[in-house]
Design a binder for this molecule. Structure first.
Ligand code: ZN
Length: 427
């Protein structure tokens, strides 16, 4: 039984003197077994052997009655700590395969309790020195810039944290990539991707996702509802076929960089103001006519929206008549938003999911899909960003913002005192 992982040995003896040795994690191979030649349970005790590239014969630690505690809260992330009594050391394990780590921790527990009858059922090694391949540090970064370099017969190293695959004419995302749970940066720009699998959302450490210059026109719900909501800091969708961005994208509240330039966007999500950490926003060369009202709440470093079709301003009521009665889909969509229901593509009719993507937010903070009225005014982008690229060849930096009003009440409040209503806007 062997486990390749990073190991950092911490001495608790030094800590009691207020000192900490300068150590760092070393690629190691951990195995559990008996002394060479002691095959029977009665002849030999169980040892934990930690081998490194410098010391391939390794250091042995007795297990019987010698484990003070096992810290296994983060086993799923490939991390655990084994606290030994003698010597007073903490063996801190990281970057391990979660399943193998779980197995080896359960054997360590059996060794500590000296449960020989259970141990006999498990295949234990005889504490041989580690092979070079078991202790060599695997790469964390990989760059593939042509089809001939694409790994077909070999696997992607599981330790990869950054993977860039460009100009390989990929039509779909390789399922082997979706198993790389340590990935922090995935760059699949300049390929032919037309669709993303839901399972991209399983890469729960991902902070940067770059998909520029592909053929994408939608983001799957599985990804929008995944933990990427909390981890993603940079998203590049430039040079694709998007006509609209899903409103769920505004729940990715840790986004700092968002690139959606060179698409066919007709509008931005109405609740975009929720992206309070957003600092860099590129949406040039689209077909935007208005900005959503909530855009005025952003605090950006840099914004570039050159080459859109921004229109003039004016305040105008909608064409809705007084006897308007909401449709069934409108009532259902409002209920989903009101009760914050989680849903997947299997739970709701497609028409309702599309409808939900069109949610607009009234200045009073409530969602509406068919607003009672809308208003529009000119807005200087310098109010939300330090660096503003001109919107056209004349260098204009003023764009129209459009807001919606859910009811006649809100419309009358805006008419009687516009600033007061705007102040109580929550979205
Ligand atoms: Zn309202």
């Amino acid at each position: 039984m062997r486990l390749s992982c990073d190991v950092e040995m911490l001495s608790r003896g030094l800590a009691s003197y207020g000192m900490r040795a300068k150590t760092k994690p070393i690629r190691s191979s951990i195995s559990i077994g008996r002394r060479p030649g002691a095959s029977s349970s009665k002849e030999g005790l169980i040892f934990l052997l930690v081998c490194t590239a410098k010391d391939r014969n390794g250091t042995k630690f007795k297990l019987k009655g010698n484990v003070e505690q096992i810290f296994g809260k983060f086993v799923q992330n490939g991390k655990a700590t084994i606290r030994l009594k003698e010597p007073a050391k903490d063996i801190c394990i990281s970057k391990a395969d979660p399943l193998q780590l779980k197995n080896i921790l359960s054997v360590i527990k059996l060794g500590h309790l000296d449960r020989n009858c259970d141990l006999e059922k498990i295949h234990l090694t005889t504490l041989n020195p580690a092979k070079t391949s078991q202790v060599e540090r695997l790469p964390t970064k990989m760059v593939v810039h042509s089809r001939k370099d694409y790994p077909v017969t070999t696997n992607f190293p599981k330790t990869l944290e950054s993977l860039q695959i460009m100009h390989c004419k990929l039509k779909k995302v390789d399922s082997r990539i979706l198993e790389l749970r340590n990935l922090k940066c995935l760059d699949l720009s300049n390929n032919n991707l037309a669709k993303l699998p839901d399972s991209v959302g399983r890469l729960n450490q991902l902070a940067e996702l770059k998909l520029a210059n592909n053929q994408l026109d939608r983001i799957p719900l599985g990804l929008l509802n995944s933990s990427l909501k909390h981890s993603l800091q940079a998203l590049d969708l430039s040079g694709n076929q998007f006509k609209m961005l899903p409103s769920q994208l505004t729940e990715f509240t840790n986004l700092v960089h968002l690139k959606v330039n060179d698409n066919q966007l007709l509008c931005l999500p109405w609740n975009m103001g929720q992206l309070t950490r957003l600092k860099f926003f590129w949406a040039g060369n689209n077909k935007l006519q208005f900005l959503p009202y909530s855009f005025t709440r952003l605090a950006l470093e840099e914004v570039d929206m050159f080459g859109n079709g921004f229109q003039g301003s004016g305040m105008f009521p909608s064409t809705q008549d007084e006897g308007y009665f909401p449709s069934f889909v409108e009532i259902a969509a409002r209920a989903v938003k009101k009760y914050r229901l989680m849903y997947t593509e299997r739970d709701l009719p497609r028409i309702l999911i599309q409808y939900l993507g069109l949610a607009k937010w009234c200045l009073c903070g409530k969602p509406c899909f068919q607003p009672y009225a809308q208003h529009c005014s000119q807005f200087s982008l310098h109010r939300v960003a330090h660096t503003v690229a001109g919107l056209d060849s004349a260098g204009s930096t003023t764009a129209p913002v459009q807001g919606f009003l859910c009811s006649k009440d809100c419309w009358q409040r805006l008419q009687s005192n516009p600033n007061a209503v705007w102040k109580c806007s929550r979205r």
